[in-house]
Design a protein around this ligand. Structure first.
Ligand code: NAD
Length: 465
């Protein structure tokens, strides 16, 4: 089995490396020549625990290769994954130009039978569009296949060949499509991919199903949860999953804000409700709202899809509104203590990435927190174990980037903890206290014990506690 992965970002690179780890021959293709050059030298362009090891190991073994040439990548391939970005468009919809552009190139380039899999998060109906685009390109080349499912030219069975364009045997390059949404979490991506709690594959043919079954078999030894659905359902599963997780986060943040008003403690409330097996304990932490490259864009894209069908997802509208407001809660507390003019004040900020164990700052709540502090005139001293460079690209030189977490606290009137990296959990409080000018801790992730900090002479503010 030979696999091609197009797009070597968080999803494409991790998928390609993990398939190779299971013995599959993989070629990763990207238009970013600088990225491909770095990967060829064994340099990993993103921070993702465990990724470097398997990329280097499988590259050395010759199972994992990198190229900018799609033609080279597709040579002899059985399966091609489209794993390019689907960033938000101005109207909130998913920008599909990269995915559909790649589909066009595949149709122009492929030379043999192929299963084309959308792995990018794509709105319902996109994989069908990919199928149409490829079929059109093959048709234009005079090698048109129907793309309807099973290798139509030779196994036409009358049931699934409604889209036949030209099925005259040898002239036809046939292909199948499938959708295989990715559920990996940045920061734990390799582990998630190697030991998935489920793999969802949307197919419309037995041919695609058996190829995908074979490819994922090595990942199913401990958790045999390969779920086949129709293509539109698998596309929807990805959005529904992210929307549900985002809903839990906003729900708990809303409850946390009410806890503060009524004198309850959201951490205790979380334990009390999370032990109900119907609710479960995951994703019930109050904080500064969700960020990253997926939840915000996917929630908006799903609302956009609903709108296109004349439907309003009112729950998700509320989820987004609560999330937008939540990112401002911590600075709201700072303003209540220090006023609206923060000039002459210094704030240390621990954590810039949208969550721990990643260097990704896309839609990070930290950007809103830091942006607000700067807008109000403050000096900001930031530290993140992995995201200093990515943050600098967005925030520029308006922030003082510090070498250590303690350096970020130096001279600070207050310290804001924005991302819950492990190394922030048990700091040397005496060292923190000795370098700070003030003694205020704003804990945006509820990782500290308020009583302990107050006993050490700090003032403490958390979220909903
Ligand atoms: P990314 O931005 O990290 O990487 C995308 C890559 O695609 C880039 O390297 C880019 O150069 C490349 N690319 C763009 N156009 C190309 C083309 N025509 N040919 C070849 N390469 C091209 O994106 P990502 O975070 O890996 O996300 C990819 C998709 O997976 C998105 O749809 C995203 O929603 C989804 N997803 C992401 C995550 C995540 O945690 N990041 C998780 C699940 C699903």
């Amino acid at each position: 089995m030979k696999v091609t992965v197009i797009g070597t970002g968080y999803v494409g690179l991790v998928s390609g490396a993990c398939f190779a780890e299971m013995g599959t021959r993989v070629v990763c293709v990207d238009v970013d020549a600088a990225k491909i050059e770095r990967l060829k030298k064994g340099e990993i362009p993103i921070y993702e625990p465990g990724l470097e090891d398997i990329v280097v190991r499988n590259s050395s073994a010759g199972r994992l290769r990198f190229t900018t040439s799609l033609a080279e990548g597709l040579e002899g391939a059985d399966v091609v994954f489209i794993a390019v970005g689907t960033p938000p468009d101005e109207d909130g919809s998913a920008d599909l130009s990269h995915v559909l552009g790649v589909a066009r190139e595949i149709g122009q380039t492929m030379t043999g039978p192929l299963v084309v899999v959308t792995k990018s998060t794509v709105p319902v109906g996109t994989t069908d569009r990919v199928r149409e685009i490829i079929a059109d390109q093959l048709e234009a080349r005079g090698v048109g296949g129907c793309g309807c499912g099973d290798r139509c030219a030779h196994t036409i069975d009358g049931n699934n060949c409604a889209n036949v364009i030209d099925c005259e045997g040898a002239r036809t390059i046939s292909f199948d499509v499938a959708n295989n949404p990715e559920f990996l979490k940045e920061g734990n991506a390799v582990e998630d991919f190697m030991h998935p709690d489920r793999v969802v594959v949307g197919v419309a043919s037995e041919g695609a199903r058996s190829v995908m079954e074979r490819l994922y078999k090595p990942f199913m030894i401990n958790s045999p949860r390969l779920i086949f659905t129709d293509i539109r359902s698998s596309e929807m599963i990805k959005y529904a999953a992210n929307a549900m997780l985002a809903t839990r986060i906003s729900f708990m943040n809303d409850i946390a804000n009410l806890c503060e008003l009524v004198g309850a403690d959201v951490s205790q409330v979380r334990r009390g409700i999370g032990t109900d097996p119907r609710i479960g304990s995951k994703f019930l932490y109050a904080g500064l709202g969700y960020g990253g490259s997926c939840f915000p864009k996917d929630v908006n894209a799903l609302m956009h899809t609903a709108g296109q069908h004349g439907y309003r997802l009112e729950i998700l509208e509320a989820v987004e509104n609560v999330n937008r407001r939540q990112k401002e809660v911590l600075v709201g507390k700072v303003r209540r203590a220090f006023g609206d003019d923060l000039s002459g004040r210094t704030f240390g900020v621990w954590g810039l990435a949208f969550k721990p164990e990643t260097d990704d700052v896309r839609a990070s709540p930290a950007l809103v927190v830091v942006g607000e502090l700067l807008r109000l005139g403050a000096v900001v001293r930031g530290y993140d174990p992995a995201a200093m460079e990515t943050a600098r690209v967005v925030l520029g030189d308006r922030v003082t980037y510090c070498e250590t977490m303690y350096e970020a606290a130096e001279g600070a009137d207050a310290l804001l903890v924005v991302t819950e990296w492990k190394q922030f959990r048990l700091p040397d409080w005496d060292a923190v206290r000795s370098v700070m000018k003030g003694a205020a801790i704003y804990d945006g992730r509820n990782i500290y014990d308020p009583a302990e900090l107050r006993a050490r002479g700090f003032t403490y503010e958390g979220i909903g506690v």
